[in-house]
Design a protein around this ligand. Sequence first.
Ligand code: BGC
Length: 491
Amino acid sequence: MGKVGFGVAVGCAVVTCAIAAVLLGRRVQSRRKWRRAVEMLQEFEEGCATSIGRLRQVVDAMAVEMHAGLASDGGSKLRMLLTFVDNLPDGNEKGTYYALDLGGTNFRVLRVQLGGRGSMILSHQVKHHPIPQELMSGTSEDLFDFIARTLKQFVEQEDDGSEQKVDEKKELGFTFSFPVRQMSVSSGILVKWTKGFSVEDAVGKDVARCLEEAMTKAGLNMQVAALVDDIVGTLALCHYYDKDTVAAVVIGTGTNACYVERTDAIIKCQGLLTSSGGTVVNMEWGNFWSSHLPRTSYDIALDDESPNSNDQGFEKMISGMYLGDIARRVLYRMAQEADIFGDDAYNLSIQFIFRTPLMAAMHEDESPDLREVRRILTENLLVRRLIVRVCDIVTRRAARLAAAGIVGILKKIGRDGSGGVASGRTKGTPRRTVVAIEGGLYAHYSMFREYLNEAVVEILGEEVAQNVVLRVSEDGSGIGAALLAAAYSSN
Ligand code: BGC
């Protein structure tokens, strides 16, 4: 071999060694990244663990906090608000009623025709309207004027004038799905906003009067016959069809629960008398808190960066507004610390970019190569699998905690098969118990629903669970409000 040949051979060997070293280095580096990502996943999974023991602690905590919230205002993070709904609609309601449902980024207007005994709901028309973003943090006057104008257009379009006299005052069920301290069934003061709304000058005002003033300004002859939270509308509608309904739960953008309580158990309102002996209590369970809730550093960061930190702790762990963002935070930290996302990491830094419906679509992607996940986030198959795992952990924890919350209510009212904390009911006398559930997470996210149903059976045991029916409710927040307007109509 000549000098040149020798030189080339040595050069090639050096280059080959360099390439091998780089490849080896990359492989080692990539293994290290994966190891870190997997470690982070395991830590997250452990932090979110909802063993049956822990769920039982949450059940007990929910029942105990319910007692505390009924004993005194401020006695618990559970507000346990009175609704003044003492009698739920029974099917005798008759006539045309309207409903206005405000509780998220959309609001809905409805017109419901009730036929009285036997004929039930004859028809209903609904129209959805998005709320312009600027109105969600503007002034209360602008918000209510906009709603009243839209309602007026709807009334004019829908009203054929055949049944109601033109000058007759129409009646409305106003669903306002934020914490409200009610003074009567048709009036109440906004305690605070949730779910991204921040129309600050409305806090402390009677929202039913704000709406009525705006309706008068808009030239609409209508009054609020019932002011209700969406959860109370859900209970009303489900009870209308099934008299064994004792509680309702909403798990959508936000979350909440209500149930029928004995008036003598509401210590903070001693002397409260109702013809039925019971009344509906709006728990505002989104604000429930217990040290038994499995909280991770991601939940803490989400709370710290939210406009209502230290509030709505349960809601931030279980509702649709937040689940996607918890998953995004986990993936973003993996992207930063384990660098497994490459350029796709950029998007993960944006808060709330990862909405819960996207997360559900990825979680429920059943194609072998996870095509949906690839479309949304990344080319890398291993990373796609990891993403699905993160979604699963977040959703499973949420669903199981919601299940524990539901059993907590059953325990408080003595329907959990254990005799109840205070009900004094005898052990082993099961009664059919229906809990209405409304909201996209339960109705449309099948993995969430399955986890929740499974956990209810796990906590209650098969025998007791047989008597508990979780019934999906649709449009309760709107139609239920119209039913309540009819039940509490002044006509
Ligand atoms: C509100 C509740 C409401 C729930 C579901 C929560 O953020 O505080 O009043 O029922 O969302 O819409």
